[in-house]
Design a protein around this ligand. Structure first.
Ligand code: NAP
Length: 278
């Protein structure tokens, strides 16, 4: 039987843990797939889609910076991904390219499993308004968060995000603020969950005033490399509970795997695959 190609598109991709994680389970279950990294610039995106359309690639994960950009290149978008406005999984089915989002449920699963957190009536502040932030905001609003503040460098993008979700979740209070230490310090005392959805390296060493957060707050970082990011280290230093991006990576990956192969992955093999490259 021929080997079917799966993979991940993004740029840059040098730190992606997904190939090791997926290949470990595919090998364990003896499934005829190989998962490859495709670090491609935006100008080459259409070439990858050509390979998808020809069936040379049967499924993809999508990462930074393409989660929103791929929407216009697909034939259909699952209603859940459409509501979020971002796609992280593509599958070729009967010659059609269909987009899904597994980030939202992957994030919730890991948050619940690792911290026992219940989102109902909670107050959230999220840094970032990109594809991953959209999935997390959607997931938390759907679970009944009381309020969500979005802090983003590009104000317009933050405002668009909350405009999109306000209509869908009228019971949740949304606000968009600029990403400055002063604005964060003002908001932090009233926050139960602080989520970072900006690549760690790009945030630079901008100091976040974490000591303003309530003692019971949880600090969650979507970044996975290193697993204990500088943000999580700082949060631990001031005695706050932390939640790493590795759990989200695992569960969003597991949900994508199931869409492509029709089988639940071997989570133990996936975790081992991750440990080997960390
Ligand atoms: P994206 O759609 O490209 O969005 C990037 C976000 O980062 C935007 O809010 C952008 O702000 C902000 N940003 C980029 N450079 C910045 C800078 N120099 N200063 C301030 N803000 C900056 O990317 P994404 O797909 O949402 O991914 C975001 C992060 O989440 C990445 O680190 C990704 O690896 C991580 N992630 C992790 C998982 C997981 O499973 N653990 C899953 C998904 C994503 P502007 O709007 O101002 O450009």
């Amino acid at each position: 039987m021929g080997v079917k190609i799966l993979g991940i598109i993004g740029y840059p991709l040098e730190n992606s843990l997904s190939p090791a994680m997926h290949n470990a389970s595919l090998e364990k279950q003896r499934l005829p797939y190989l998962y490859l990294p495709f670090p491609i610039r935006a100008a080459k995106l259409k070439k990858v889609f050509y390979l998808l359309r020809r069936g040379k690639i049967v499924g993809l994960n999508v990462t930074i910076p393409y989660k929103e950009k791929v929407l216009s290149l697909l034939d259909a978008i699952d209603p859940f991904a459409k509501s979020i406005g971002a796609v992280n999984t593509i599958i070729r089915r009967k010659g059609r390219l269909i987009g899904y989002n597994t980030d939202a449920n992957g994030y919730l699963l890991s948050l619940k499993k690792e911290t026992g957190w219940n989102c109902r009536k909670k107050r959230v502040l999220i840094l970032g308004a990109g594809g991953a932030a959209r999935a997390v905001v959607y997931a938390l609003a759907r679970e009944g968060a009381r309020s969500i503040v979005v802090a983003n460098r590009t104000i317009r993008r933050g405002k668009k995000l909350i405009r999109d979700f306000r209509k869908q979740f009228p019971d949740c209070r949304f606000q968009s603020i600029p990403f400055t230490s002063g604005q964060l310090a003002k908001k932090f005392p009233e926050i139960d969950l602080f989520v970072n959805a900006i690549p760690t390296a790009r945030r630079g060493d901008k100091k976040l005033p974490l000591f303003h957060l309530p003692k019971k707050a949880v600090v969650s970082d979507l970044a996975t490399s290193p697993p204990t990011t500088p943000l999580l280290k700082s949060a631990k230093r001031v005695g706050l509970r932390t939640h790493s991006g590795l759990g989200m990576l695992l569960y969003q990956g597991a949900l994508s795997y199931q869409l492509w192969t029709g089988r639940k992955p071997n989570l133990i093999a996936m975790k081992k695959g991750l440990q080997e490259v960390l």
